[in-house]
Design a protein around this ligand. Structure first.
Ligand code: FAD
Length: 410
């Protein structure tokens, strides 16, 4: 059967944000004709990769067939988007097909730029070099942690923006906890090399994290950006304020710099500075093309790039995009909410939840969960509740705790 070339709504990307937004729109308007452009056969729950790297989850629990998460009433276009022609309401796919739309929702995520660290790609998965930022490598993190008895373990955090800014240190704390449990932590020099100048960007969470840095004896090194890795020689080179510095390691947890997907950065939809989809940070509507929205990691807004943020953004984009389809203005605003459950030890989490300008936005009253302190309940949330909420709530258009507040009638 020939592929239909026009749809009411075209969504680019069937990740966390794209699927959640399409589901939220279909919940409100079941007859809507939505196409989701997504080349991957698999959908990933990436927040689970930290747990796979910490030996808590088996990696396969974080992966499901894309077909199983596609909303049944949406058309799945199994292709990659290649370019945008917003003046003619058109997207061109990798196979040359042109799709037209009334409303476009752009959600292809962020690109992991492994190539920006010289020598890294060819040594990933061997020579003690790993990263929880890849599904296939998270189990290797746990293998390295289990086998290391002494030596130097380096954890690196690249410059912002990255998705889940806390993930590089989550990997470190869970590794330290396992080494402490096994009684080998005293024989391992743990170093956190952070391109940034602070341990965590929202100051209220820093004291609790610093307690763990001290408890595990971590050597905290700020303003150090990894630029090269020599896997066979087990050496990593950092750019520092005083020049380059090369350090030997036995284990290296690397996190790549992250940038806008190239086809977005090259398009008329791009923000001139960052290359991400140039959208209003409140309405998530494109600043130049009113029938285009951005959602998730690909958006230019300055929130913490997390699935938790996408969970909050998706219903907002849904109601605003439906308003635009009806010839109205956007009706709801996003407050910048994002969440980062920092796994400081196996069984406890510092639950960072905040919005624009670092404003704390806790989901629970302080007497239930004080996000600035390590809590067992937050661990249960991350290990049990959130994966379930993701697969059965967020991806299915259930907007638990994130129903948008309509600021003006459409
Ligand atoms: P993604 O979920 O990455 O989806 C993007 C989709 O777009 C993919 O399916 C991709 O195949 C598709 N795509 C790419 N290019 C094209 C194209 N050209 N055409 C069409 N489709 C395309 N978040 C939290 O909330 N809590 C956490 O604890 C947490 N921990 C994390 C730990 C790690 C190690 C990592 C890697 C991430 C973590 N995150 C966490 C972040 C979270 O996973 C992302 O922020 C979230 O997945 C963003 O959703 P997205 O839809 O924007 O992008």
């Amino acid at each position: 059967m020939a592929r239909r070339l026009h749809h009411d709504v075209v969504v680019i990307g069937g990740g966390s944000a794209g699927i959640a937004t399409a589901s939220s729109m279909l919940k409100r308007r079941p007859s809507l004709d939505i196409a989701i452009v997504e080349p991957s056969e698999d959908h990933f729950y990436q927040p689970g990769w930290t747990m796979a790297g910490g030996g808590v989850f088996k990696a396969p629990v974080t992966k499901r067939p894309m077909a199983s998460v596609m909303p049944t009433r949406a058309t799945w276009v199994r292709e990659a988007a290649a370019s945008f022609q917003p003046e003619s309401n058109q997207v061109t796919l990798g196979d040359g097909t042109a799709l037209t739309y009334d409303v476009l929702i752009v959600a292809p995520g962020i690109r992991l730029a492994w190539e920006k660290i010289e020598g890294l790609e060819q040594t990933l998965g061997k020579n003690g070099v790993t990263s929880n930022y890849r599904y296939d490598l998270a189990p290797y993190t746990w293998e390295l942690v289990r086998n290391l008895k002494s030596g130097r373990a380096i954890f690196h955090q690249p410059p912002m923006p990255i998705k889940c800014a806390g993930a590089p240190q989550k990997a470190m704390y869970l590794s330290c906890d396992a080494w402490m449990e096994r009684g080998v932590l005293n024989d391992i020099d743990v170093e956190f090399h952070n391109a940034g100048g602070v341990l965590f960007g929202v100051k209220e969470y820093v004291p609790a994290l610093m307690d763990y840095v001290k408890k595990y004896g971590i050597d905290l090194r700020l303003n150090r950006t990894m630029v090269a890795v020599d896997g066979p020689a087990r050496r990593a080179t950092f750019e520092t304020e005083t020049g380059e510095d090369t350090v030997e390691f036995d284990m290296l947890h690397a996190v790549p710099p992250q940038v806008a997907p190239q086809f977005v950065a090259d398009s008329p939809l791009a923000n001139a500075e960052s290359g991400f989809v140039d959208i209003d940070k409140f309405t998530l509507q494109h600043v130049r093309y009113s029938n285009v929205f951005g959602v998730g990691d690909a958006g230019s807004m300055p929130n913490a790039k997390t699935a938790a943020a996408a969970r909050k953004q998706a219903p907002i984009v849904a109601v605003n995009a439906l308003a635009v389809l009806d010839g109205q203005q956007p009706v709801a605003d996003y407050d910048g909410y994002g969440s980062c459950p920092l796994t400081v030890e196996r069984g406890r989490i510092v639950l960072a939840e905040f919005g624009y300008d670092g404003k704390l936005l806790p989901s629970f009253p302080k007497w239930v969960i004080d996000g600035t302190r390590p809590a067992k309940l937050s661990w249960l949330l991350k290990s049990e509740a959130l994966p379930w909420i993701y697969w059965n709530g967020m991806l299915k258009g259930h907007e638990w705790l994130v129903t948008p507040q309509i600021k003006r009638a459409a």
